[in-house]
Design a binder for this molecule. Structure first.
Ligand SMILES: Cc1cc2nc3c(=O)[nH]c(=O)nc-3n(C[C@H](O)[C@H](O)[C@H](O)COP(=O)(O)O)c2cc1C
Length: 436
């Protein structure tokens, strides 16, 4: 591993020795667990969301279901877990223990209240017991009560008010954790900023249904015969996390530091979040699947990548992909290409032929004797479906064609029918406003 690489990151004035943090969940539920994670290499923790002891918290049983896909176990996890069921005093005692024994590892208390006073009470209690930052949980997907969990994340003025209530009583930095169960995160993020938030973290779990049992027709997890729409996490939600982080990072008016969450399992996942604008990263499902030790690979992989690219510091990577991220209208569609095959490496499985026939340009002929595909170049749509299904890595690649190259028009099956087609050419007359 490259030793000269500096993985430290300053997040709202708080220093982390690397960007890898536990996110608020069962992986950050007690001092004992968090201490073990720090020993493994995690730089900081967002502790499991505190409750104020006002209401009893009882988790449903069972509280999780796993979504497998083919041979991949845990492509997503479905959970119906609540916020911390531990007494507030126990959690606060844990903060004191961790601050005493791991003074260089920042502790972030996640809190969730139902009223301004409750938010302020939890914030003050956490600050008084040594935490370095707060994360406001505006995003728990299982709250059925208006004014709590993701319902706050969807009620922007409430979110601003609760942020303000917290900021009025503490001096440590405050992160607003957003729900992905909306279309545009920039709007609530701006409300959080107006309330005084110093940073944004995203995403919490995505509301979903992981599966339905074919035996008893109960959506999973099956809680004694009942299922519910609940929180989905893990690799399947990574594209959603990247989308929200990137769109907030591109928003100059927002201009807040971002903590990226959602499906991070490897150093590559982590780096992708950094490249679209996150400066710290938080992980739950990856740890639930493989344990705290995955941080070793994250540290080593990221350090080696940086050494190879001659990049010494994390801030030099943050947002590096953003200049390449555009609206689709920016694409140069006069530049076109095709799929190109390295037939010496072909194993003759025929999968490319099947998908090209059934889902693409029908641009492949199949030599049944030689068991090899033959691409009809001017029919290839460059969808690259053949590359996705090909089991041989890098056998199929994309090749740009010269500017004067043209794709063949899609054939009409029986052109003798053409004269019978009933359609007038489209014309635009009068005002043509788009009505939404
Ligand atoms: C079982 C479970 C419990 C969770 N509990 C909390 C919580 O108490 N507070 C919170 O802010 N997020 C909670 N989360 C959400 C995670 O912190 C994280 O935002 C989400 O799982 C996406 O990250 P991941 O794909 O790395 O798991 C929980 C997630 C899971 C799977």
């Amino acid at each position: 591993m490259a030793n000269h690489i500096d993985l430290t990151i300053d997040f709202c004035g708080v220093k982390f020795k690397n960007p890898f943090l536990l996110s608020s969940s069962p992986v950050s539920n007690s001092a004992e667990m968090v201490a073990k994670s720090f020993d493994a290499g995690w730089s900081g923790v967002v502790f499991k969301t505190l409750n104020s002891d006002r209401l009893p918290i009882v988790h449903p049983s069972p509280r999780m279901a796993c979504i497998d896909y083919g041979a991949k176990k845990g492509v997503a996890v479905q959970n119906v877990e609540m916020i911390s069921d531990r007494p507030l005093k126990d959690n606060l005692t844990d903060f004191l223990y961790l601050k005493k024994n791991y003074p260089d590892h920042p502790i972030i208390a996640s809190i969730m209240g139902f009223f301004s006073d409750e938010w302020a009470y939890l914030a003050k209690a956490a600050e008084d017991n040594g935490v370095d930052m707060l994360e406001l949980n505006f995003s728990c997907p299982h709250m059925c009560i208006e004014g709590a969990g993701h319902k706050v994340g969807q009620a922007f003025q409430l979110l601003e008010g609760f942020t303000e209530a917290v900021k009025n009583v503490v001096s440590i930095p405050v992160i607003a954790k957003m729900t992905p169960n909306i279309t545009d995160m920039n709007e609530p993020a701006m409300y959080a900023k107006n309330g005084g938030a110093d940073a944004i973290s995203a995403i919490n779990t995505v509301r979903g249904i992981s599966g339905v049992s074919l035996d008893d027709f109960v959506p999973t997890p099956n809680v004694f015969g009942k299922g519910a729409i609940s929180g989905t996490s893990g690799p399947a939600v990574k594209p959603i996390g990247l989308n929200f982080i990137a769109s907030m990072a591109k928003n100059e008016e927002l201009g807040l530091p971002l903590s990226g969450i959602g499906g991070i399992e490897t150093w590559i996942d982590a780096l992708e979040f950094i490249l679209v604008g996150a400066s710290t990263l938080q992980v739950t499902t990856g740890i639930m699947h493989y344990g705290y030790r995955i941080v070793e690979d994250m540290i080593e992989g990221l350090s080696d990548f940086m050494a190879e690219r001659g990049i010494d510091r994390i801030p030099d990577l943050v947002g590096k992909a953003l200049p390449n991220l555009h609206e689709t209208e920016a694409f140069e569609v006069d530049r076109q290409g095709i799929a190109q095959y390295d037939l010496d490496r072909c194993i003759g499985c025929g999968q490319c032929y099947i998908v090209c026939q059934d889902a693409a340009g029908q641009a492949i002929e199949w030599d049944a004797e030689a068991r090899r595909p033959n691409v009809i170049e001017d029919k290839c749509l460059s969808c690259m479906l053949c590359q996705f299904v090909c089991p041989v890595p890098e056998m199929i690649s994309f090749k740009e064609m010269p500017g004067d190259w043209h794709r063949r028009e899609t054939a009409v099956m029986d052109s003798s029918l053409e004269k019978d087609v009933k359609v007038e050419p489209f014309t635009m007359e009068g005002p043509n406003e788009c009505v939404i």
